[in-house]
Design a protein around this ligand. Structure first.
Ligand code: ADP
Ligand code: MG
Length: 285
């Protein structure tokens, strides 16, 4: 017979701002024991604020922020937007400029014949830049020009307001393993994981290491969902039993690769999705 309950469930989900791309995904929602979350933009707001600018010499704070923003204008990463917001005015370059986004690392660009790098430790190491490591917590963006280290910009993010209650509810709904994966540094990840009482977290992962970690976790779980929002989350979303994209600010690649898309980027929407899936099950079987 035609599974009318599935259509009802999908319709109810859509009324609640949850796009479910097929009835089988409602079924999968009912069987989850593990949910793995990306950190930035998924658990945290992805709304970074510049909290520190450390300058080597010969530049003002405003010059540093402007140069960083010139490079970061080519990225959609939440980090990039925070730097653009902190630099009140900066030179705009055309979209076909010579630049490359290095996922899990930062941005490289050639602007006015200068090679500029803006990104994390990994990006600096890869380019043999002699940089000064930031000690304070937060996410550090290191800036280099023509092979020379110029400055570090420290930015901080906040945990989404509904994350803590959503995670507590997921536990009562039978999710026994709540895990976080991130490309961000260990200290920042540990702070988020302890505040939310997560079971596990894995930090400083490159996009392909996130996929490898998912492969490993898939073997240990009954049914695993991954929740993410970024470009480099797409392979992980595709590989998981169930891929859930935060669609409000999420990248097109993530939305495309996902099985379920949350139209607003609230972790509590996952609780709603699980509740709708449970209700649908009663109607179908
Ligand atoms: P997450 O797993 O937390 O979503 P990403 O994989 O998107 O993080 O990025 C991992 C790390 O790569 C960031 O914490 C940051 O250090 C660096 N990074 C990524 N994109 C940028 C960018 N546009 N500018 C500076 N640093 C970046
Ligand atoms: Mg992300």
């Amino acid at each position: 017979s035609i599974p009318l309950g599935f259509f009802g469930g999908i319709g109810l989900a859509s009324k609640n701002g949850i796009l479910v791309k097929g009835g089988n995904y409602l079924e999968a929602l009912n069987e989850l024991d593990t949910i793995v979350f990306d950190k930035t933009g998924t658990i945290t707001e992805g709304d970074f604020k510049v909290t520190e600018v450390n300058i080597e010499s010969g530049h003002s704070r405003q010059e540093i922020l402007k140069l960083a923003a010139e490079v970061e204008q080519f990225s959609n990463h939440p980090i990039a937007q925070s730097i653009a917001a902190a630099a009140d005015d900066y030179q705009k370059h055309s979209a076909d400029s010579d630049y490359q986004e290095v996922s899990g690392a930062g941005i490289e660009a050639v602007l006015d014949n200068n090679r500029i790098l803006a990104g994390n430790e990994r990006l600096m190491q890869k380019n043999n830049i002699n940089f000064k490591k930031v000690k304070s917590t937060g996410t550090a963006v290191y800036l280099a020009k023509n092979g020379e280290f110029l400055a570090s910009i420290v930015i901080s993010d906040q945990i989404k307001t509904d994350a803590k209650s959503a995670f507590a509810e997921l536990r009562t709904l039978g999710i026994s393993n709540l895990t976080m994966l991130t490309g961000d540094n260990k200290a920042t990840a540990a702070e988020v994981a302890s505040k939310l009482g997560l079971d596990n977290f894995y930090a400083e992962l490159l996009p392909d290491q996130k996929v490898a970690k998912i492969e490993e976790l898939l073997k240990k779980s009954k049914k695993l969902a991954f929740v993410g929002d970024g470009i480099n989350d797409a392979p992980v979303l595709a590989r998981s039993d169930l891929g859930i994209a935060m669609g409000g600010l999420g990248s097109d690649a993530a939305i495309e690769a996902a099985d379920v898309v949350l139209m607003t980027d609230e972790p509590s929407k996952i609780v709603t999705a699980l509740n709708i899936a449970a209700k649908t099950k009663q109607l179908v079987w």
